[in-house]
Design a protein around this ligand. Structure first.
Ligand SMILES: Cc1ncc(COP(=O)(O)O)c(C=O)c1O
Length: 469
C-alpha cells in the first residue's frame, strides 16, 4: 500500500493509435525523441521523475539563494555527513557529471576499471580517458531462471583473478553500482560490498560506490538479506558507506530531486575535485544545481532513510513483474528496482538480435498503449572499433517506475496492453538505423521498421479494439 497520498495531480492524455504511429515515425522509432504530450504513461526512466513530497517543496521554498556560501548547501553537506559519514561533499549537475570528474581525476590510458556491471555514461567517460571497463558480474546475473536475490553481486573470484592479472597499479578504483541499472535493477548484498571492499583494501585499490540506485538496493538488503532484517535503513546505509572511499550519485534518482554529488573522505582528493567542479559545474556551494533542488535533495535524502517511503517503488515493480509472469510474458526475475524489465529476446524470439529486439518491442509497446518504455539492449551499446555491431548481453525493455508516481490501475492498464502485444507478438518485426550518432547513439539515433509490421500491428489493434483508444 502507498504510505503517501496525492496532493497535486497532472492531467494525462491518451492519443489514438493512428496518432501514436505518426508520433513514432516522427521520432525515428526512438522513444527518447517522442514529445511528452504524445505519451500516456511515461515509463522511460526514473531519472528526475520521482515525485517530490510536500516537505521537499516546502524546503525548496525556504532555500537560501546565493551564488557562494548558501546555507542550503551547508545543510545538504551536513545531511551527507549524517547519513553517509563523509566529510566532503561536492554538488554537480547530475550523475554523469560525477562520472566525468571521476574519470578525469583517476583514469589514465591503459587503466582497467572493474565493476559489477557497466552503465552507459559511466563506461563512455572511462573510455574517453583511455581506460577500459571489465564487468565482474555473477555467472547467473543474466539468467532469468535463477532466483538469486542478489544478482548485482560481484563475482569475488573474478575480482581476485583480475587484480592478479592486471595488477593494482592499473586499477585506480573498483566501481560498485548499487541496483545495477542495465541488468534489471538487480541489487547487491551488504555482505558482498563488505567483501569487495576488503579485497580492494588489501591491494590499495579505492572503492567507488555509484549510489544512484541505492534507494531500492537498501530496501532489498533489508527484506532479502537475513543478517540485515533487524537493521534500520539508516543503519544499513551507514554500514555500507563505512566500507567505501568515494560515493557519487545522480540525485535525479537518489533523493527524489535533481542534480548529483560526490562524497569524499580525503582532503587531498577534495582539492583535486574542487578545481574541476568550479571549472565544469559551478561554484562549490551550488555545483550547477539550483538552490531549490539542493534544498529538496536534503529533505529527499532524509525521506530515503524511511522504509515506508522507499517501499512503494520495489513493491509496485514486484506487482507488475508478477502480473506479467502469470500471463507467461518473459520478464526479469526476481523483480529488481528501478522498473519492470521485459526480456525482449524471449518475447520476440523470431526477430534477429541484429534487428534490435528491445528497440522493436519498445516501439510496439508505445503503439499498443501510449506507454513509453526504454530500450536497454543493443541499441544502447556502442559499436566495436571496427564498426561491427556490439551485441548486448541482454535485450531488455525497461518499464521504469518513478518512485511514488503511478497508481495500481495504471500498471494494470500497461500489463493488459503488453499482454495483448504478447498474444500478437508474431506481427512485430525488427528495426534498422537510418541516422546513427557515434556516441551514445540510443539518445538521438533514428530508426525505421525493416518491413510494414507496424501497419499490420495497427490494423490488428483496430480489429480487436475498434474505436477504443
Ligand atoms: C547507475 C547509474 N549511474 C549513473 C547514472 C547517470 O546519472 P544522470 O542521468 O543523472 O546523469 C544513471 C542514470 O540513469 C544510473 O542509473
Amino acid at each position: 500500500m502507498e504510505m503517501h497520498r496525492a496532493k497535486v495531480v497532472q492531467k494525462l492524455t491518451l492519443v489514438d493509435i493512428d496518432t501514436r504511429k505518426q508520433n513514432l515515425e516522427a521520432a525515428g522509432y526512438n522513444q527518447f525523441l517522442l514529445k511528452n504530450d504524445a505519451i500516456f504513461l511515461d515509463m522511460l526512466t526514473d531519472s528526475g521523475m520521482n515525485v517530490m513530497s510536500d516537505k521537499q517543496l516546502a524546503a525548496a521554498m525556504t532555500g537560501d539563494d546565493a551564488y557562494a556560501g548558501s546555507r542550503t548547501f551547508f545543510e545538504l553537506a551536513d545531511k551527507i555527513k549524517e547519513i553517509f559519514g563523509f566529510d566532503f561533499f561536492l554538488p554537480v549537475h547530475q550523475g554523469r557529471a560525477c562520472e566525468h570528474l571521476l574519470a578525469r581525476v583517476f583514469v589514465k590510458p591503459g587503466d582497467v576499471i572493474a565493476m559489477n556491471y557497466h552503465f552507459t555514461t559511466t563506461r563512455a567517460h572511462i573510455m574517453l580517458c583511455g581506460g577500459s571497463v571489465i564487468e565482474l558480474n555473477l555467472p547467473d546475473s543474466l539468467d532469468n531462471s535463477s532466483a538469486n536475490p542478489f544478482k548485482g553481486n560481484f563475482d569475488l573470484d573474478k575480482l581476485k583473478a583480475l587484480i592478479a592479472e592486471v595488477g593494482p597499479q592499473r586499477m585506480p578504483f573498483v566501481r560498485i553500482e548499487a541496483g545495477t541499472n542495465l541488468i534489471g535493477g538487480q541489487p547487491l548484498s551488504l555482505e558482498n560490498i563488505v567483501a569487495v571492499a576488503k579485497i580492494c583494501r588489501q591491494h590499495g585499490i579505492l572503492t567507488v560506490l555509484d549510489a544512484s540506485l541505492l534507494q531500492d538496493n537498501l530496501y532489498f538488503i533489508k527484506v532479502r538479506e537475513a543478517a540485515c532484517k533487524d537493521m534500520s535503513i539508516r543503519e544499513i546505509t551507514r554500514a555500507l558507506a563505512d566500507e567505501i572511499d568515494v560515493i557519487y550519485f545522480s540525485a535525479r534518482k537518489l533523493g527524489f530531486a535533481k542534480g548529483g554529488g560526490i562524497c569524499l573522505r580525503s582532503a587531498e582528493l577534495y582539492d583535486q575535485f574542487k578545481e574541476l567542479v568550479t571549472l565544469h559545474e559551478g561554484f562549490l556551494t551550488y555545483g550547477g544545481i539550483s538552490i531549490t533542488e539542493l534544498a529538496s535533495m536534503t529533505q529527499g535524502l532524509e525521506e530515503t532513510m524511511d522504509f515506508d517511503m522507499i517501499s512503494q517503488g520495489p513493491q509496485f515493480i514486484a506487482y507488475m513483474v508478477d502480473e506479467l509472469d502469470k500471463r507467461g510474458i518473459p520478464v526479469v526475475k526476481p523483480a529488481g528496482g528501478l522498473g519492470c524489465h521485459l526480456d525482449a529476446r524471449a518475447f520476440l524470439s523470431h526477430v534477429p538480435q541484429a534487428e534490435y529486439q528491445a528497440g522493436a518491442l519498445s516501439a510496439a509497446i508505445y503503439l499498443a498503449s501510449g506507454v513509453r518504455p526504454m530500450e536497454r539492449g543493443t541499441v544502447s551499446e556502442a559499436r566495436n572499433e571496427d564498426g561491427s555491431e556490439h551485441f548486448a548481453d541482454v535485450e531488455l525493455v525497461r518499464l521504469a517506475m518513478p518512485r511514488r508516481l503511478f497508481t495500481r490501475s495504471q500498471i494494470d492498464y500497461a500489463v493488459d496492453r503488453i499482454h495483448w502485444l504478447f498474444e500478437n507478438r508474431g506481427l512485430i518485426g525488427g528495426l534498422r538505423f537510418v541516422k546513427e550518432p557515434k556516441v551514445l547513439r540510443f539518445f538521438s539515433g533514428e530508426l525505421a521498421p525493416t518491413s510494414d509490421w507496424s501497419d499490420r500491428l495497427v490494423a490488428k489493434y483496430k480489429a480487436d479494439f475498434g474505436d477504443s483508444l
